[in-house]
Design a binder for this molecule. Structure first.
Ligand code: URP
Ligand code: ZN
Ligand code: ZN
Length: 462
């Protein structure tokens, strides 16, 4: 099918211009700038035409950090690949890269990859998978090579806290192997020793209510871990590291220092929850449970520093870390003991809207920068730049049309995420993703999902 989108204001990571885009057989075949009537007429021959007058046409969003179907043992994230990918699509995201959960003790990364290829096949949009490394055994290191070469898994995550954390020597081994194989290592940066100490003090003094979760994970723990992982990456001949869910000014300062010292191969992600929420968002136990995530919401000064990091380019991407649990039946587990609350927040559906409304419209972040953060850089960093994240001939025909004139209040009732709340309830936003196109097909129109279960393709990444 030929699809023509005309009269749009096209926004890429480098420019915004009036134009039209033609797609054929799922790929972009033509991008016309300021087209005259005759070139438009020629392009529209045999095409289904969409008049996008007054709309911004962006590349479909690329969310580099989701946790669909995440099983943490005592709870399972409430969005699976089907419901989660519908929510992503309705919010203007047409590609995501999911982080696989830890597997049983002793398993290599292949074990989880096989499981995830099975559970992900209902996705309605294209997706990739980040590998997970839970030890540095020979089998795990070898599975990095096999997964990269045969399955296109070009990034792996390690954790410096949680049950399957890697100690420094193990993290260094992984980084060295990653350097050899040209793999990007995503790192959850929190200093486990510092967390254990903070948690012990709180629990011993009876401070177990959910409002103490944030105090159990201080910003210093993030900064320590970032400093250390950057040193280890240097030791591994500047292996590529990607800091996930950066939350604090202290952590950002460690990264800025390294960049000022001329370091290369450092990539940084933050998430909407660290840009729009802070400790003042937690006034009640219910709010504390709903916002229990790691790292926790920080101070207003941290939010300010992160916005500055978005402007000056130290931060490369916006991911969601989408990991929802129902408040009433799952989060509530932690009501008398914050350590029993499953960690994580919903967010996959609002990432593009929040960055368009609060970034571009209200804070005057250039729209090109929003596209860079939400589409182009996640695609490039994770080996999808030749297919996703931009609007140019040859790329996949994935788009989102934003109506800048829409003004409304966010409410969970209008979202497709399979969860009973949104952290952004009541927020007044401007701009709505009114139409979403994946592979040249309209999959969302006016907040209604029109796509098909299983139509998303697994993406081999370079
Ligand atoms: O609290 C969070 N972020 N849960 C998801 C897992 C992780 O640490 O990314
Ligand atoms: Zn994490
Ligand atoms: Zn995560």
């Amino acid at each position: 099918m030929r699809l023509l989108i005309k009269n749009a204001l096209i926004a890429t990571a480098s420019e915004v211009f009036p134009g039209a885009v033609l797609s054929e057989r799922g790929k972009i075949s033509l991008v016309l700038r300021n087209p005259d009537a005759s070139s438009l007429l020629e392009a529209s021959e045999g095409a289904f035409a969409i008049d996008a007058f007054g709309m911004h046409l962006l590349p479909g969003g690329v969310d580099p950090h989701t946790h669909f179907d995440l099983d943490v043992g005592f709870a399972k994230a409430s969005d699976d690949f089907y419901t989660g990918s519908i929510a992503a699509a309705c919010g203007g995201t047409t590609t995501f890269i999911d982080h696989m959960a830890f597997g049983p003790k002793g398993c290599d990364a292949f074990h989880q990859y096989i499981k995830y290829r099975e559970i992900s096949k209902d996705s309605v949009i294209d997706y990739g998978l980040h590998g997970v490394l839970q030890d540095k055994s020979q089998a795990s290191l070898e599975s990095m090579r096999v997964l990269k070469e045969r399955e296109g898994v070009s990034s792996f995550k390690i954790y410096l806290t949680y049950d399957f954390k890697l100690d420094e020597a193990s993290a260094l081994e992984v980084l060295k192997k990653a350097k050899q194989l040209d793999i990007t290592v995503c790192v959850h940066c929190e200093d486990d020793g510092l967390l254990a100490d903070a948690r012990k003090k709180l629990l011993q003094s009876g401070r177990k209510s959910p409002i103490w979760h944030a105090s159990s994970r201080p910003a210093q723990a993030e900064a320590n871990a970032i400093k250390r992982i950057l040193e280890l990456a240097l030791q591994a001949d500047e292996a590529k590291v990607y800091i996930v869910h950066l939350s604090s000014e202290m952590g950002l300062n460690e990264i800025s220092n390294a960049c000022e010292a001329g370091r290369k191969n450092i990539f940084v992600e933050t998430c909407p929850q660290y840009l729009f929420l802070d400790e003042s968002s937690i006034q009640t136990e219910e709010q504390a449970l709903k916002l229990t995530m790691s790292p926790p919401p920080r101070k207003p000064s941290d939010r300010k520093a992160l916005w500055e990091g978005l402007r000056n380019g130290i931060i490369h991407t916006i991911g969601t870390d989408h990991c929802p649990f129902f408040y009433k039946t799952q989060k509530i587990r932690g009501k008398d003991d914050f350590t029993a609350c499953p960690n994580g927040l919903p967010g996959v559906e609002l990432r593009m809207t929040l960055m368009y409304s609060e970034g571009y419209i209200k804070r005057k972040l250039p729209l090109t920068r929003v596209v860079e953060l939400c589409c182009a850089q996640p695609a490039r960093i994770f080996g999808l730049g030749s297919r996703k994240g931009d609007i140019s001939p040859g790329l996949d025909a994935d788009f989102v049309l934003f109506d800048p004139s829409a003004k409304y209040k966010v409410t969970a009732a209008n979202l497709h995420e399979n969860v009973d709340y949104t952290p952004y309830e009541g927020m007044e936003v401007e701009g709505a993703p009114v139409m979403v196109i994946s592979g040249g097909k309209i999959i969302v129109n006016s907040n209604e999902f029109l796509g098909r279960k299983g139509s998303g393709r697994y993406l081999m990444r370079s």
